[in-house]
Design a protein around this ligand. Structure first.
Ligand code: PRE
Length: 357
């Protein structure tokens, strides 16, 4: 037997042990599920804070060579498959299949969940509100292009909680049926990806008409139908629509990342590091925003984001969205929130959730 065959033989033996252990683990999770049913806790099969505890423990124990993010992906799939034995989680995302929102949903909930494509961000909110799905995943900001205003606006009319955040590295590909730039007369993509690779397009595809679509998946579908059309989309779309790559990683910034939020009906329990998002409006008078921000400053609370949106029913008045470090169950944060909310005309905590940055 050659050296490789001998090592493969050892791998086979380890795989057999892993298989047995995966199933023994699943049996134990089924037992927990039965206990939950007895206690009428059937709507609590999914326990995100317990999953987080396991991730943290495994990462602490990990001696490599597998990196921490791979350990997290492996356990994410174990939880997803285990939950599916009881009842798979249902997740709404901005469809159709293969969009970056779809990839973010898989990253957050694993492949054994059931993914429901929605046609708009508004419908993701309403699918969660109506209990049609357990969670929704919505884009909130991109490191190159900034905030997704549509998502901020949806929070105004919703009582849903933010229960987690997901960061997804975005690599963009120019795709077509032939894989040849000379064949291309028109290009399809969502406005965000067009903006994220503006310089590359100016340098390499300046004369080609750019046609906006509702998603990168729709763009890829268009490119799959016409020889002279190209799409800017992700690699998953290339595989799904059987397209060839004309150019890869064409985004202008190497660290192009989109931050997504998980929205649901239940608030998240405290993790090791947390972030809180709030939304408020204030009196239209000199210094009122400054006074609010000073409360955070005096209490040494680190703000990670501040964003304003016009109030829809009043011109030139604004709603502010602020993210800061900490959880509402932290004693210091609780006090600050009580002080700030008294000074606002309107104030709502959108959620405290694990900081994944
Ligand atoms: O600990 C639980 O409550 C379980 O249901 C088990 C388990 C697991 O596989 O470890 C499964 C799903 C939950 O989301 C968290 C943990």
């Amino acid at each position: 037997m050659g050296k490789i065959d001998e090592i493969r033989d050892r791998i086979d033996k380890i795989d057999e042990k892993l298989l047995e252990l995966f199933n023994r683990r699943a049996d134990l999770a089924i037992k927990i599920g039965k206990e939950k049913s007895k206690r009428n806790e059937s709507n609590h099969f999914h326990v995100p804070h317990r999953e987080r505890e396991i991730f943290e423990r495994m990462k602490r124990l990990n001696t490599g060579p597998l990196p921490a993010h791979s350990i997290e992906s492996i356990f994410r799939e174990i939880f997803s498959a285990t939950l599916a034995l009881e009842k798979p989680l249902r997740i709404a995302y901005l469809g159709p299949e293969t969009t970056f929102s779809h990839q973010a949903a898989i990253k957050a909930f694993g492949h054994s969940s059931v993914f429901e494509p929605a046609s708009s961000i508004e419908s993701i909110f309403s699918m969660v509100e109506r209990g049609h799905v357990d969670y929704g995943i919505v884009p909130i900001e991109n490191s190159t292009e900034g905030v997704v205003n549509l998502t901020l606006d949806c929070f105004v009319d919703s009582n849903l909680h933010i229960s987690d955040e997901v960061l997804l590295g975005i690599n963009l590909y120019l795709l077509s049926k032939t894989g040849n730039l000379d064949d291309i007369k028109e290009m399809y993509s969502h406005p965000q990806p067009f903006a994220q690779c503006r310089s590359w397009l100016n340098r390499h595809a300046g004369g080609i008409e750019q046609i906006p679509t509702s998603s990168t998946a729709v763009a890829a579908e268009m490119a799959s139908k016409h020889k002279h059309a190209a799409a800017i989309a992700g690699k998953l779309a290339a595989e799904f629509y059987d397209l060839k790559i004309i150019a890869e990683k064409i985004e202008d910034r190497a660290q192009n990342t989109t931050r997504f939020l998980v929205i649901g009906k239940e608030p998240a329990k405290k993790a090791k590091r947390n972030k809180t998002s709030v939304m408020f409006s204030i009196q239209d008078e000199a210094g009122s925003l400054l006074k609010i921000l000073q409360v955070f400053g005096r209490n040494e609370i680190n703000l990670t984001k501040i964003q304003s949106r016009p109030l829809r029913n009043r011109s030139w008045e604004y709603l502010f969205f602020v993210d800061f470090e900490g959880h509402i169950d932290d004693p210091g944060i609780d006090k600050v929130i009580r002080t700030v909310s008294k000074r606002c005309m309107y104030f709502r905590v959108l959620g405290s959730y694990p900081w994944n940055g």
